[in-house]
Design a protein around this ligand. Structure first.
Ligand code: ATR
Length: 276
């Protein structure tokens, strides 16, 4: 337990629910490893409590916060400004102070991009059209992937999003027919719980071609989607890296120093393993 002093800096995550959030564990471990007098806590909120939370943010020694579901969009109206990138994504997951102003950033974009940096892909297919898909699209556009396609069970949602970002929209029934070399699972299929044994890809989806299968889900770390891809000889990327890297990007905005990646990954994987 970190000894609290009058100089202890406070950080937090807001969301609902937060009982499974790994952010407090990861950031507290990083504060410990980098020797900072700081503590990171989980503050569950409701839509109604948000104004009060942000009033508290401005009057208490809160140095930074993460925003998670379902407040990534509504939180935008309580900060003094958001980055161009966050504006394109349409949501924020990080709040930090700069020159007396409370600013919003979306570090999911960086988090998603880190495992893809320095790699070349011709055609990316994103499965799912929720909030996290928007961060993935912005990241892929920033990385300069020449062709990006979006598909979703509810076609109309994908259509609106694809038009906004100027990318291709593929009907869900035709998702196996795109010749993509990067496939991103941004649906909730495969997530621990009722959808754990489900995949967004039909049998045979990965056969006869090669590429990278990237799952944003990190509980469990090896989803059915990734197992299917691996069996067909595809390279796989689990969601743990994205989770850790979005946290590292927030940590850097708050503290100006890098979060030690290995310790952060170990802490997250250790907690996931303990949950079974
Ligand atoms: P997030 O903000 O984390 O992206 P979300 O907005 O709830 O979460 O999005 C979940 C995604 O998983 C959506 O693309 C959803 O598809 P719909 O828009 O058609 O609802 C997708 N999804 C959830 N359950 C699904 C299922 N059984 N089959 C296919 N897609 C599913």
């Amino acid at each position: 337990m970190h000894p609290i002093s009058p100089r202890t800096k406070l950080y937090c995550v807001i969301g609902q629910p937060l009982s499974h959030s790994l952010s407090p564990l990861m950031h507290n471990r990083a504060f410990e490893v980098t020797g900072q007098d700081a503590i990171y806590m989980a503050f569950p909120q409701t839509e109604e409590s948000l104004p009060g939370f942000f009033a508290g943010f401005r009057s208490l020694p809160i140095m930074g916060c993460n925003i998670t579901l379902p407040f990534k969009v509504p939180a935008m109206k309580y900060v003094d400004g958001v980055s161009e990138r966050a504006r394109r994504v349409g949501s924020i997951n990080t709040v930090y102070w700069r020159d007396g102003k409370l600013l919003g950033e979306n570090t999911d974009v960086d988090g998603f991009a880190v495992p893809l940096r320095g790699r070349k892909f011709e055609h990316a297919l994103i499965l799912g059209a929720g909030g996290v898909s928007r961060a993935a699209i912005v990241a892929l556009q920033e990385l300069g992937v020449p062709k990006i396609s979006l598909t979703n069970r509810t076609f109309a949602k994908a259509q609106v999003m694809a038009e906004e970002f100027g990318i291709e929209c593929v009907p869900w029934e035709q998702r196996a027919e795109t010749g993509c070399d990067l496939v991103v699972n941004a649906t909730s299929l495969g997530m621990k719980g009722a959808m754990e044994n489900m995949s967004p890809c039909p049998e045979g989806f990965f056969h006869g071609r090669a590429g990278l299968a990237y799952d944003i889900i990190y509980t469990p770390e090896k989803t059915v989607f990734l197992k299917q891809a691996e069996e067909a000889g595809w390279e796989v990327q689990t969601g743990v890296t994205m989770f850790v890297e979005q946290g590292r990007a927030s940590f850097r905005l708050w503290t100006g120093i890098p979060m030690p990646a290995e310790e952060a990954c170990d802490a997250v994987r250790g907690a996931l393993a303990a949950r079974g």
